[in-house]
Design a protein around this ligand. Structure first.
Ligand code: SAM
Length: 348
């Protein structure tokens, strides 16, 4: 990618890219039963351009919604690519089809002015949040931490798009550990195309006109889904040779999620992508080695001088400075440093 695009989006706060209806449909089809009788809020969505609004307005009766509320941030212009130029914003309320044509007609949609700019954190938007049962949107990536914190504070159900790197944030990971937040079904190939005027600098060949390709996007939710209860099939048998212990922590290294061995109930270090397969009935998440506070509290040993010298001899100096506290393995006199790991344990 597009990680470049996303990082640029974060630094420049370029949050104007829009979700395709197809992607919303693909994810939302797994959640139908959650919406009956519910008020849905899309609170980062100009209703005139948001496909979240389109999806819920056109599927209002099919899903059996009670109410759809959509708030628009700043801009009241009709252009697709909001420049956030106008301070005043609006919100819409749709209570379903009244004239029997099953289409959300303008006369059926209540348009109301907001006093402020429609910031999801403003008191008037929080009042709308309180009315909602489920919040569904693609929020500004630059405000993801705050956005999730607010949903948790108001005890809301949600289904939102974010970047998978967010799982490592110290505000987000504990929520995943406590089973208050998990990953949804996600985007095909782990990447999404978003409608945008930003230049697509994606390295991958899969360009689409008028869109940016963002790799590593995912859906985050606290709605229960089947996927979360599917057991990971463990086809590998545990053996000491294949699964070395870390030299500085009492856990075995598992280099790929699908290689988690059967018959092993101690601590294991797995790649962060494990979260996509995480079934809380099968596994427990114990920690995250990207979090230095956790490493300290868990007693992950720091690297001794002999190991550092060894790494130096191996020509691995970049790793030495970057990973002084990370887990490492010594095998046949060679030191290896896996990437950041989640520490998990299989449940009996
Ligand atoms: C990634 S875009 C997604 C837009 C839309 N939800 C969609 O999926 O098509 C994030 C949107 O959040 C809006 N936004 C930025 N800061 C906001 C804030 N503080 N409160 C509410 N919306 C905000 C941006 O204007 C932008 O349209």
């Amino acid at each position: 990618m597009a990680n470049k695009n996303l990082n640029a989006a974060k630094t420049a706060k370029k949050d104007e890219f829009y979700t395709q209806l197809e992607d919303i449909n693909n994810e939302l089809r797994h959640y139908r039963e959650h919406f009956r009788g519910k008020t849905v809020l899309c609170n980062c969505d100009d209703p005139r351009v948001s496909n979240f609004f389109t999806y819920f307005a056109y599927n209002f009766e099919f899903l059996g919604l009670k109410r759809l509320i959509t708030t628009c941030y700043k801009n009241q212009n009709m252009d697709l690519f909001s420049q956030n130029g106008c301070e005043q914003a609006i919100y819409l309320i749709y209570d379903g089809d009244k004239n029997g044509n099953n289409i959300p007609d303008p006369a059926e949609i209540g348009i109301h002015p907001l006093k402020g700019n429609g910031d999801f954190r403003s008191p008037e938007c929080i009042e709308l949040l309180k009315q909602a049962d489920i919040v569904v949107t693609n929020p500004p990536f630059s405000l993801f931490r705050e956005y999730v914190a607010q949903l948790i504070e108001y005890d809301k159900k949600f289904l939102i798009i974010g970047h998978q790197n967010a799982v490592k944030y110290k505000e987000i990971f504990p929520l995943m550990m406590q089973n208050k937040l998990w990953l949804g079904y996600g985007f095909k190939g782990g990447a999404g195309h978003f409608i945008s005027e930003y230049e697509d600098r994606a390295a991958a060949g899969d360009h689409r006109k008028g869109m940016i390709r963002v790799s590593g996007v995912h859906w985050f939710t606290n709605l229960d889904i089947k996927k979360r209860h599917e057991k990971l099939i463990l086809y590998k048998h545990y053996s000491e040779e294949e699964y070395p212990y870390y030299a500085n922590y009492n856990a075995i290294e598992v280099s790929k999620t699908e290689l988690i061995p059967d018959g092993y109930y101690g601590l294991m270090g797995v790649p962060i992508t494990f979260l996509d397969k995480y079934n809380p009935d099968q596994f427990e998440i114990v920690g995250n080695t990207s979090d230095t506070d956790w490493c300290r509290a868990a007693g992950v040993g720091t690297m001794g001088q002999a190991t550092i010298d060894q790494l130096r001899r191996q020509g691995n100096m970049a790793h030495v400075t970057a990973n002084m506290n990370s887990l490492y393995i010594i095998k046949d006199g060679k030191v290896s440093l896996p990437y950041g790991r989640l520490i998990i344990r299989r449940k009996k």
